[in-house]
Design a protein around this ligand. Structure first.
Ligand code: ARG
Length: 570
């Protein structure tokens, strides 16, 4: 639709120039002004002319009437001026042919903008603290982050996904204490992450009872920082175990990372940044600690070094950002974390600016809300946290149960149950505005009828099934539009690229989940009201198959943007 909007806007600009040769109206200004009227009686596109009346010094009614006079543009059936609006009605068949042709030509690139070409984006997401349970709090950063990566890649950006694992800090001191007290190599080797979580929970409970243990943990961590070989070997092994366990989850989601450079990698890079802070006079000593005062920016001070000289989270982030700029020369660096860390990012972004790094304005923090779970008895042996793995397992188990009733002979049903179970969780999560707090209700997420992952995956499978039943069909035949549901579907498919742009601009994958629901809704209304394989004649049948194929491609492309598997059979 964007190309149509641009073509229409071009014609409108020509008309405006007739009205006022000095008008500095660009095509892109008009494209941005074009609206989708809420009621199709008012056209498929409309230009509210009052927005230009000030610049043109002319009444909106007059502007609309002048534009409407003898208006002609590709895919436009007719256009009229009504109350200062210029309303445009598209030619259903011309639009259908254009959309179908474009989808065929572009395939898995259909809907892709190109503004990212030649640019690089670094995305820091998932980034769990190792040695701690991978719980549902990480769902947001993992799926929002990956979706943003897919969206940017789709738009042509070169993307680097970084899992900035929290592989350094006192939590390792604690785990080492626990391991030395209660653990052994074999239990961890065979028990994997469960054994680590057990140790972690046990030590946390013990620390709560006996504060001497906390000192012991700190001491073990200090030994690590001082290069103690035994502890570092143990640390390395524990990190490997944790990463391997998290990999299972990434595999279920179809996520891979380009870099696992975590917090521990910046012990060497930090002193340079600290020195620069000192040289620029930004560093102040406050009660023994080193800070950057941010009072005049309305923020508490950014802590750089503790009293004992050890580094802090912001210091590591500054060193890591500097390293990423050197390594990747990014045009944008995106950080996806819970909204609880918004202040941390605002602070160190400010410090980077004060340090004089000219890339400070390329840093973007994308926050999201909290997740809670209602009505589900998930294992809480980890205290109050719910493991992401257990949430996925429950969803998969429930889907497998539903499928056993619906379609017990389905080939490869285990894999499909996994794709739908995981997809249900992801889709439910990404259906909400990212900043809102979410209460997860499994029954709602898994329903095949609501606005859910299973519903849209089922719709995708429906398009596949129609096409496999039809076999080959004549793709060269002209399309004929005979039902309103066909037009509605075409118009929905035509708007994909605009939604992709909107999702990227607002760092909001929800735009894509909502769009997927629009496409699924339009396709299902079309499917129920228009007979496809039993259509009245060949031309109508070919048209409907072509629309089905286009819907399949668009759904598939959009699924790829939000970690949703393309299920051909359900
Ligand atoms: N490891 C941190 C946590 O789990 C998130 C890291 C986010 N990325 C960053 N560059 N600070 O809370």
């Amino acid at each position: 639709m964007l190309s149509i909007k641009n073509a229409i806007a071009g014609k409108i600009v020509e008309k405006i120039k007739l009205l006022n040769p000095d008008a500095t109206m660009e095509i892109s200004d008009i494209t941005a002004m074009l609206e989708y009227p809420p009621d199709s009686k008012m056209g498929d596109l409309a230009l509210p002319c009052f927005k230009m009346s000030k610049t043109l010094r002319m009444a909106p009614v007059k502007i609309a009437a002048t534009i409407a006079e003898g208006f002609d543009a590709p895919c436009v059936a007719r256009a009229e001026a009504v109350n200062g609006y210029f309303n445009i009605f598209l030619d259903g068949e011309a639009l259908a042919s254009k959309v179908v042709r474009e989808v065929r030509e572009k395939g898995d690139k259909y809907g892709a903008p190109t503004f990212g070409e030649g640019k690089t984006v670094v995305l820091d997401y998932s980034s769990p603290n190792l040695a701690k349970p991978f719980h549902i709090g990480h769902l947001g950063t993992t799926v929002i982050g990956h979706s943003l990566k897919m969206l940017h890649e789709f738009a042509g950006y070169k993307c680097i996904g970084i899992n900035y694992v929290g592989d350094w800090g006192t939590q390792f001191g604690k785990l080492i204490v626990a391991y030395k007290k209660w653990g052994d190599r074999e239990t961890v080797e065979t028990g994997g992450v469960d054994a680590l979580v057990d140790l972690y929970v046990k030590i946390n409970n013990a620390v709560a009872e006996d504060s001497a243990l906390a000192d012991e943990a700190r001491a073990e961590f200090c030994k690590m920082e001082a290069g103690d070989e035994e502890n570092l070997a143990l640390w390395k092994w524990l990190v490997e175990k944790s990463i391997k366990a998290n990999d299972e989850i990434y595999k279920q989601l179809g996520i891979t990372f380009d870099s696992y450079k975590g917090e521990s990698c910046y012990t060497e890079g930090m002193p340079v940044q600290v020195q620069k802070l000192r040289d620029t006079g930004l560093l102040k000593i406050d009660d023994g600690a080193s800070i950057v005062d941010l009072e005049q920016y309305g923020m508490p001070p950014c802590l750089i070094l503790k009293r004992d000289g050890s580094s802090l989270y912001p210091t590591r982030d500054i060193a890591a950002a500097y390293d990423r700029k050197q390594t990747y020369d990014f045009d944008k660096a995106i950080y996806v974390t819970s909204a609880g860390q918004s202040l941390h990012f605002a602070q160190w972004f400010k410090v980077v600016e004060l340090m004089g790094y000219d890339w400070y304005d390329k840093l973007v923090h994308v926050p999201y809300g909290t997740v809670s779970i209602n009505g589900e008895k998930l294992a809480t042996r980890t205290g109050n946290v719910i493991l992401l793995r257990d949430l996925f397992a429950l969803a998969i188990e429930k889907v497998a149960g539903i499928m056993e009733e619906k379609n017990p002979n389905l080939e490869g049903k285990e894999k499909i149950a996994e794709q739908i179970g995981v997809g249900a969780v992801v889709f439910y999560y990404l259906s909400n505005n990212r900043i809102r707090d979410i209460n997860f209700v499994m029954e709602d997420a898994l329903s095949f009828e609501g606005n859910t992952g299973p519903y849209v995956q089922y719709t995708y499978a429906r398009t596949c099934s129609v096409l496999s039943k039809s076999g080959d069909y004549d793709k060269s035949a002209a399309l004929t539009i005979t039902a309103p549901e066909e037009s509605e579907l075409v118009k929905t498919l035509a708007r994909f690229e605009e939604h992709v742009i909107d999702a990227i601009d607002s760092y909001e994958p929800m735009v894509i989940t909502r769009y997927i629901l629009d496409v699924a809704g339009a396709y299902n209304r079309f499917y129920h009201n228009c007979s496809i394989l039993g259509a009245e004649n060949e031309q109508i049948k070919n048209t409907r198959l072509a629309l089905t194929e286009a819907a399949k491609t668009v759904l598939g492309n959009a699924f790829g943007l939000i970690c949703l598997a393309k299920t051909e059979k359900v």
